[in-house]
Each structure stands twice: as structure tokens, then as C-alpha cells.
Design a protein around this ligand. Structure first.
Ligand code: PNS
Length: 161
């Protein structure tokens, strides 16, 4: 069965990668879908976000990375994925994720949401915190893949992160 793992991924963290790896061992194939979402004013362009995930998933044969606009359930149907994978870090993630899962079911009852819990050592990790720590000169090397670290440093050098 094919699953879709959507997100903003601005940028992808080791926590996201943990979920991708779990999904890749649980499902036959996984589509990592980067939401274009201009309303969120992402730090990284859509191309950069896709590229960073591709670089980090090279070891996973059954994972492909793409971007999407519009409704997630429509894109899931388009790519033939009857399952949406979401990662849960803590109980605080649950309320909004539950709301989205119910809404997505209402929009398309044929698409099921499955929650995977992240490894506990990533439970405090978020893209926003990683960006803030990097901007303030902190070490984020244990939280993100090497390609992301390099781009965060480049953004910082350009004064844009
Ligand atoms: O990484 P994020 O920001 O938590 O991801 C949120 C995302 C992209 C999964 C969510 O905003 C989404 O599904 N967007 C697509 C538009 C859509 O279908 N909205 C209705 C959701 S019920």
C-alpha cells in the first residue's frame, strides 16, 4: 500500500526523517509531499525543501519526494495513496492533527490517516526551533541532516535565516 506523508518541511529535521523511515518500513511506497503553502512564508523555497528531503532519503528506495498545492486528500487520490501518514511528537500535537484527520475523512472517506509516533529523543524537535537556534548561533548539527545544516549556515551567512 502507498502512503503520503505531507508537511511544510521548512526545513526537514531528523524527526521528520525518523517518521519517513518508519513509514517506509510500514508501507510499500511513500510519497513525501511538500506543501507549497505561501501563507506560511517559508524560509526555504519549495525547490530547496524538496531537494533537502531528496538528499536525505537517498537510502530509501521506496520513497519519492514531490510538492503539491490545493487539498491534500485530492493530491493523495491523484498519486494513488489511500493513507495519510502524520507524525505525533507529543500529546500537544494531537488536537490539531485529530481535527485535520476528521476533516480529511469528511472530505474524502476513502483516505485514512495513520499516526506514527516519533522516537522519544526527537519529541522536542521542530523546524521553527531549529531555525531559531541556528539564527542565534546555536549548534543544530544533531537535529538536522548535513545538507540542511549547510543550507541553514548559508542562509545565516546571507542574513536571511
Ligand atoms: O508541516 P505542517 O505545516 O504541520 O503541515 C501541514 C499540512 C501541509 C499537512 C496541512 O496544512 C495540509 O494538509 N495542507 C494542505 C491543504 C489542505 O488539504 N487543507 C485542509 C486540511 S484538513
Amino acid at each position: 500500500m502507498r502512503a503520503i506523508y505531507p508537511g511544510t518541511f521548512d526545513p526537514v529535521t531528523n524527526g521528520h526523517l525518523d517518521v519517513i523511515e518508519r513509514a517506509a518500513t510500514t508501507f510499500n511506497s511513500v510519497v513525501v509531499a511538500v506543501a507549497v503553502n505561501p501563507a506560511k512564508h517559508p524560509t526555504f523555497t519549495m525547490e530547496e525543501r524538496v531537494e533537502m528531503i531528496r538528499e536525505s532519503c537517498q537510502h530509501l528506495d521506496n520513497v519519492e519526494v514531490t510538492c503539491f498545492t490545493g487539498l491534500l486528500v485530492e493530491f493523495a487520490a491523484q498519486v494513488g495513496a489511500p493513507v495519510i501518514v502524520k507524525g505525533l511528537r507529543a500529546v500537544s500535537d494531537f488536537e490539531f492533527e485529530f481535527q485535520m484527520a476528521q476533516m480529511n475523512r469528511k472530505l474524502n472517506p476513502g483516505v485514512e490517516t495513520v499516526f506514527l509516533t516519533t522516537a522519544s529523543h526527537y519529541s522536542f524537535l521542530s523546524s521553527s526551533l531549529v531555525k531559531e537556534i541556528a539564527r542565534l548561533g546555536g549548534d543544530v548539527s544533531e537535529f538536522v541532516p548535513a545538507g540542511v545544516l549547510r543550507r541553514l549556515r548559508e542562509h545565516q551567512a546571507q542574513g536571511a535565516a
